[in-house]
Design a protein around this ligand. Structure first.
Ligand SMILES: *Cc1c(COP(=O)(O)O)cnc(C)c1O
Length: 503
């Protein structure tokens, strides 16, 4: 399997790369994102074979279709080392939980069915399709980013050891990405992590998670500023090509193809858990920010997984919902980006979206380049509403969308608690709220649970007036000694710190 850039000229095959070449790279040199030359197809016989596999072996099967420059035995060992009950808390790794009413008497006729029901305004009860939560957040940092980042840590260590090289990961985080990266890279050979975060702005739990790490290869830099200041520092350092080369600076942001590929696996696993035969379809509802998670769903669907709809759920930062409703992609300025109670979806533009647009435009790299490089840079938006391709986003690619607000989030968290006896986090609540607007009879809806409620306890307390459960390994983490350097928002200081710690 070779990889091409979303901005590549279609007749130019000279730039195509293999998996391990793009593993440690961010953007392609032309500014595009890497995608496989084609999506490997999975037929019914293969699906049947895969149904019974453990998560680690399923991951190996999926990854094998995309990676041909790591020997199979090594890749299998990497998958088995990554997806263990010890790291992810359950033998299923991503168990599915059906939402079942804890008040069966509320269901019409008093009959408890496996479906959820919605009381309409007229007071009648409408029976809808089964809704499931797929638990993606039982990994080390309690958010779904562990699913891909844990694999990335092991792939990086493998490839760096093979090459005899080192990598210094420089990142900016407002919470989930940074801690997932640090937990994945801690103690790994050949890798150091320098993670900037806005000083005093993350939740106390998130700060404790990151700053309590004692591994020598992990460096926390709390920048006196906001998240954008952190991101600007990372950009400035990466744009200094001489520094970048000398200090082998890399990133682990969500545009990395390996992260997206790892996420494809749990769409297969969710499908197998919700169905008995390959003739059934399911839909997924995905709390979305940078479009990485749902783009993995798009890839799974393109491979032939029987997915009916992919529901993109946004919060008040509704760049993506606006596109799927109107065909207009309009990025926001930082002043127009809302700070919400589902903060991991607070984005001004969706950095993975270019991958889907490339497919939508029939894989026309020239057209993709002109939209993202020329139009978006000049005017901050592009408009596909009159393009025949736009209709296909829903019809051919199965996309639907919706948005959720703080009030919706609170109402959904309360309702899920009362009706189903579950406490869900704020991002998952956005997913469930929008999922309910897109149910089709007979098609199970799988809502991806992207974080555990304890990470966003303040809003849970606001909704339910009680503290969410805390997994045992996180009890008392706020009191642990912290390893963090508070630093001014100054590129030169960050560079000096890196120089000093790479010696
Ligand atoms: C990162 C994140 C998201 C958004 O995922 P994307 O891949 O950026 O769309 C949603 N929920 C949580 C909890 C996250 O950490």
């Amino acid at each position: 399997m070779k990889y091409l850039s979303t901005r590549a000229a279609s007749n130019d095959k000279s730039d195509r790369k293999r998996f391990c070449e793009i593993l440690l790279e961010g953007l392609a040199p032309d500014g595009g994102l890497y995608l496989p030359e084609s999506y490997p197809q999975v037929n019914a016989a293969t699906l049947t074979q895969w149904r019974g596999l453990s998560y680690a072996d399923l991951a190996f099967k999926v990854l094998s279709l995309y990676i041909d420059d790591i020997p199979a035995a090594d890749l299998k060992a990497i998958c088995r080392k990554t997806y263990t009950e010890e790291v992810f808390g359950t033998p299923e790794i991503v168990p599915l939980k059906k939402l079942v009413s804890v008040h069966p008497e509320l269901v019409e006729g008093g009959v408890q069915t496996s479906t959820s029901s919605v009381r309409t305004e007229e007071g009648s009860v409408r029976t809808e399709s089964a809704i499931y939560l797929e638990a993606l957040s039982n990994g080390p940092t309690l958010a779904f980013k562990d699913m891909a980042m844990q694999l990335l840590g092991n792939l990086f260590e493998y490839e760096l050891t093979r090459r005899g090289e080192e990598l210094n990961i420089l990142g900016a985080t407002s919470g989930d990405t940074g801690s997932a990266a640090e937990y994945a890279m801690r103690g790994k050979q050949g890798v150091r992590v320098f993670m900037t975060s806005p000083y005093g702005r993350m939740s106390p739990f998130q700060q404790a998670q990151m700053f309590s790490q004692q591994d020598a290869n992990i460096h926390n830099l709390a920048v006196k500023g906001v998240f954008d200041d952190c991101q600007d520092i990372v950009k400035a350092v990466s744009n200094d090509l001489a520094f970048k080369r000398q200090y082998k600076i890399g990133t682990v942001n969500s545009i990395n193809w390996a992260r997206l590929m790892a996420q494809v696996v749990y769409y297969f696993s969710g499908y197998f858990q919700a169905t008995k035969s390959n003739s059934e379809k399911v839909s997924f509802s995905v709390p979305s920010g940078n479009f990485g998670n749902v783009c993995a769903g798009h890839v799974a669907r393109m491979m032939g997984l029987p997915i009916d709809h992919l529901v993109v759920a946004t919060n008040e930062n509704d760049v993506l919902d606006e596109f799927f409703r109107t065909g207009i992609y309009r990025v926001r300025g930082s002043a127009d980006t809302h700070e919400t109670s589902s903060p991991s979806m607070d984005i001004s533009k969706a950095s993975n979206f270019e991958r889907f647009v490339f497919d939508l435009l029939g894989r026309d790299g020239g057209k993709t380049r002109s939209l993202f490089n020329d139009q978006l840079n000049k005017t901050g938006q592009f408009d596909l509403s009159a393009d025949p391709a736009f209709v296909q986003a829903a019809q051919r690619y199965g996309f639907q969308s919706g948005k959720s607000t703080h009030a919706d989030r609170l109402a959904t968290i309360r309702d899920a608690h009362q009706r189903f006896g579950v406490i869900i986090d704020t991002h998952t609540a956005d997913g469930l709220k929008v999922a309910r607007e897109h149910l089709s009879p007979g098609v199970p809806m799988i809502v991806l649970e992207t974080a555990l409620p304890i990470k966003f306890a303040e809003t849970i307390v606001e909704a339910l007036d009680c503290e969410p459960d805390r997994p045992a390994k996180f009890i008392g983490i706020e009191a642990l000694p912290k390893r963090v350097l508070v630093i001014d928002a100054d590129v030169a200081l960050v560079k000096a710190y890196i120089t000093q710690h790479c010696a």
